[in-house]
Design a protein around this ligand. Structure first.
Ligand SMILES: Nc1ncnc2c1ncn2[C@@H]1O[C@H](COP(=O)(O)OP(=O)(O)OP(=O)(O)O)[C@@H](O)[C@H]1O
Length: 582
């Protein structure tokens, strides 16, 4: 496939404001990719491989500016001026390409495959002479490109492609293009255990259903963790689970998946990022204490006081690194303990299809609690009083509450899914509005008076898992510290759009549209039916959606991507929970 065919579609994807149109353009692009499909799906994501492979371009904006100057014969200052005017290096590169007299050299050869291969070389060129190596490759791509092509190539290199299609949307389109819809769940499960969109694309295109159905957890490949639903009372939980229940402490730390194969040990975060380096004490202890040939365990890491065993809040050892949390040097002073609550693989045996009780038994047989590894404290009981005591004790011991685990025969490990096999219960749930929400910024309103120059309010959305749309649910203007308030315009500057992004569903029109990426934790007072907001539109009442009233910012959730935000279905559940308490 010629890269220019892809850039044409990219342009259409950027300019549409309609979600269905966005997916149909994506579909036609994928259908026509032929042998270049695998490479194309990575490029659509602005990547060369799944994140966990850690392939980065290692190119700064400065380097691109320098290269553009060198290729075009312009002054660096002139290029910088253009960049400043456009706020986007992609557009700057395409404008410069437009002005260059030389037409693309061998434009027929600028295929998706060629661009991908060269970008991979660019990413891999490291060490002595790498700056020249990278600049040469960029120059080669530039002279062989049409202006539109280099615009997107530049954005990919800068990590700023943002076409508005997450992996889940691409997955849907792939299933639609190459497969039968009936098997969509199987494809999703495969992807959740092995989140490599290129791999799945190749298998789907080949029609290799067997290979897809065989995909399961694999040591050293991060999987999407299983998530919990919430209910308002312990009795509701017992009923929902048909009294097949067990309860565990709900630790307030950082979700941790630990993988081992041979002598390699890796740790991944909930966002599938490799964070092995941040857990030196845990890794060392694991090496020393256990001798599994291979294993995958799931749990929560929490800092603790080594003198008293008391658990600390996670903020004590974490700090922000870009958009993600990172454990600081303090983690060597303040040790971490991983509370293990699940196991997915052991010495070559896949365990995800065993019921919870059996997986827990395997954990108990293979782990003896030590300083850095403990099994999640649990209670197997369906006795209301006992469970309540256990809950109170969990709070006493520094936890947030409890997580109920279904113990029926169907209680498999469901990667990436939020379902009723796990149900969380916190003390807050007894309040009127049960829980905070993690919502995505989709728009901003200009501030006035004291907030002039900053934003007066933000338009926030939930994520609809079924349609992949971001649906407006509240206007947020309270709870900002000055620091956050005045840093927002800069933080969001890259994400400002001049029209509504296609995956956003909103009737309210903000002064500024924001590409959905940043997630904020928000506490509100009440969820009400509202004709203004599009969250769950028509689901509760005809011609109305749901709105969160009196929202207040708690914090920015750097550890969540837009697609990890509170879903529309969860908001419907919260709305119903709240009605029951009244
Ligand atoms: N015993 C346990 N079993 C399962 N999860 C646990 C356990 N202890 C702690 N957790 C953590 O609790 C999280 C869910 O709780 P909470 O609602 O506070 O987190 P969140 O990040 O806001 O939401 P979520 O993870 O559900 O998207 C799980 O994702 C997991 O990281």
């Amino acid at each position: 496939m010629l890269f220019s065919e892809a850039s044409k579609k990219f342009m259409e994807m950027e300019s549409t404001t309609k979600r269905l149109e966005l997916t149909s353009i994506l579909g036609s692009l994928l259908e026509n990719a032929g042998d270049d499909l695998k490479e194309l799906v990575y490029l659509i994501q602005g990547k060369l491989a799944p994140d966990y492979e850690g392939i980065e371009f290692g190119v700064s904006g400065k380097l691109i500016v320098k290269s553009l100057a060198a290729i075009s014969g312009m002054d660096e200052e002139e290029v910088n001026k253009l960049f400043y005017k456009n706020g986007d290096l992609g557009i700057t590169a395409s404008e410069i390409r437009e002005k260059m007299e030389q037409k693309p050299l061998f434009r027929e050869d600028l295929t998706v495959h060629y661009v991908y291969t060269r970008l991979m070389e660019l990413a891999k060129s490291a060490g002595h002479g790498s700056v020249k190596g990278k600049t040469d490759i960029y120059a080669d791509l530039m002279v062989n490109s049409y202006p539109e092509d280099i615009k997107y190539i530049t954005r990919i290199i800068m990590g700023k492609l943002r076409l508005g299609v997450a992996d889940s949307t691409i997955l849907d389109s792939l299933v639609h293009a190459f497969f039968s819809k009936d098997n969509a769940d199987m494809v999703e499960t495969a992807y959740n255990f092995h989140p490599d969109i290129g791999l799945i694309a190749t298998l789907l295109q080949k029609g290799d259903i067997k290979a897809i159905s065989n995909i399961g957890p694999e040591p050293l490949i991060p999987f999407k963790v299983m998530l919990a639903e919430r209910l308002r009372s312990i009795d509701d939980i017992r009923e929902k689970m048909n009294h097949h229940v067990s309860f565990e402490y709900k630790y307030d730390g950082l979700r941790t998946e630990l993988h081992k194969k041979g002598d390699k040990i890796k740790i991944f975060s909930r966002g599938l990022e490799e964070t092995t380096e941040n857990f030196p004490d845990i890794i060392e202890n694991f090496k020393k204490s256990y001798s599994f040939e291979s294993i995958i365990i799931d749990g929560e890491s929490v800092p603790f006081n080594p003198d008293t065993g008391e658990l600390f809040p996670f903020q004590m050892v974490s700090k922000r690194r870009g958009r993600k949390y990172q454990i600081t040097e303090k983690s060597t002073e303040i040790p971490l303990v991983m509370f293990i609550f699940d196991i997915l693989e052991l010495n070559g045996r896949i365990l995800v299809n065993l019921p919870y009780e059996e997986r827990r038994k395997i954990l108990e047989e293979n782990f003896v609690d030590n300083e850095h590894f403990r099994l999640a404290t649990r209670l197997s009981s369906d006795d209301s009083e006992e469970i309540n005591k256990f809950f109170e004790q969990s709070i006493e011991d520094g936890c947030e509450g409890i997580v109920a685990k279904d113990t029926s025969d169907e209680s498999v490990y469901r990667a990436g899914a939020r379902g009723w096999l796990w149900i969380k219960f916190k003390r807050d749930y007894q309040k009127e509005l049960a829980d905070s929400m993690d919502l995505v910024i989709i728009g901003a309103f200009n501030g006035r008076g004291r907030r002039a120059g900053a934003y007066g309010a933000l338009l926030m959305a939930s994520y609809n898992e079924e349609t992949h749309a971001f649906e407006s649910v509240t206007k947020l203007g309270t709870g900002f510290s000055d620091e956050v308030l005045f840093s927002l315009p800069k933080m969001l500057s890259d994400l400002v759009r001049d029209h509504k992004p296609a995956m956003v569903e909103s009737k309210m029109v903000p002064d500024i549209w924001i590409y959905p990426q940043i997630v904020m934790e928000i506490q509100g007072a009440e969820i009400t039916v509202s004709p203004i907001h599009t969250c769950a539109f028509g689901k509760i009442e005809k011609d109305s959606g749901l709105a969160l009233r009196f929202p207040r910012l708690i914090k920015i959730r750097d550890d969540k991507n837009a697609e990890d935000a509170t879903t529309t279905n969860e908001i419907i559940e919260l709305y119903k929970m709240q009605k029951k308490t009244k």
